[in-house]
Design a protein around this ligand. Structure first.
Ligand SMILES: [Ca+2]
Ligand SMILES: [Ca+2]
Ligand SMILES: [Ca+2]
Ligand SMILES: [Ca+2]
Length: 250
């Protein structure tokens, strides 16, 4: 007999509504529709799949002073297909900077689109493990994160990335193979997770804006992060939002 059978009814009800202690309160929810036709990752946002998804703003200032609409504006939308998430970002940034030409050096202090991904919405620490990933998409379309050996690594093999300037906006499209916490650095048999409607992942999106300073000037993200250390998404998957995959735009 399972232990639950001995629990009084009120206790079972309590368990069903137990607070999510693995995440900070106030996480957002985003519903990503299935893409019947996968977007072409070319920096042109004319793919029909994007019409199905809703915009979400990058509006939470984690680091740096107030900024103007000319300095930075950002929003994104997400769809999915197979084992990939597809993300369209629309960014206004007055100065594009890639000062550190070595992709593994101070990559967060160059302009970059940062996509935080937790395959099973577990929350928890992910600084030196693959409980979650924090892909830093550079202007040269690489994706960098820290490996289990505690050093920066190039995970560009997990992604496709392409952006184009249209008017005063960067139209940035990326596709990401979703890997679980079983991912092993340098192994040649890592298999991306199979995605399905109803699956819940952790997702957070941010932009590191540098317009000529030694260090990035602003770090602006999609989730409200409570407390003093608002830039802690690269360590703590508990501040990511909830991404729910749906089978349509409903
Ligand atoms: Ca496209
Ligand atoms: Ca700027
Ligand atoms: Ca996880
Ligand atoms: Ca910039």
């Amino acid at each position: 007999m399972c232990a639950a059978a001995w629990l009084p009814a009120w206790n079972i009800a309590l368990a069903a509504t137990a607070p999510d202690t693995n995440h900070a309160p106030g996480r957002s929810t985003y519903r990503a529709p299935y893409a019947a036709v996968q977007p072409n990752i070319d920096g042109i946002a004319d793919d029909p799949a994007w019409d199905q998804a809703e915009w979400r703003e990058l509006k939470h200032r984690w680091l740096g002073p107030d900024y103007s609409p000319d300095d930075f504006q950002g929003r994104y939308k997400v769809v999915w297909s197979g084992s990939r998430l597809y993300l369209l970002a629309e960014i206004v940034d007055d100065v594009l900077i890639d000062t550190h030409r070595d992709p593994l050096q101070q990559y967060w202090d160059d302009d970059c689109l940062e996509i935080f991904l937790d395959e099973d919405f577990s929350g928890g620490n992910h600084q030196y493990n693959h409980n979650a990933f924090a892909y830093h998409f550079s202007l040269d379309n690489r994706a960098i994160d820290i490996g289990t050996d505690e050093t920066a690594r190039d995970y560009t093999a997990h992604v496709e990335s392409n952006w184009k300037q249209t008017g005063n906006k960067l139209i940035w499209e990326v596709a990401i193979d979703v890997y679980t916490d079983a991912y092993v650095d340098d192994a040649d048999d890592n298999i991306p997770a199979n995605l399905a409607p109803g699956k819940v992942l952790g997702l957070m999106v941010a932009y590191c804006d540098n317009d000529g300073s030694e260090l990035r000037e602003n770090f602006i993200g999609s989730e409200f992060v409570p407390g003093k250390q608002r830039d802690r998404g690269w360590i703590d998957a508990g501040v990511f939002g909830r991404l729910i995959l749906t089978d349509s735009s409903e």
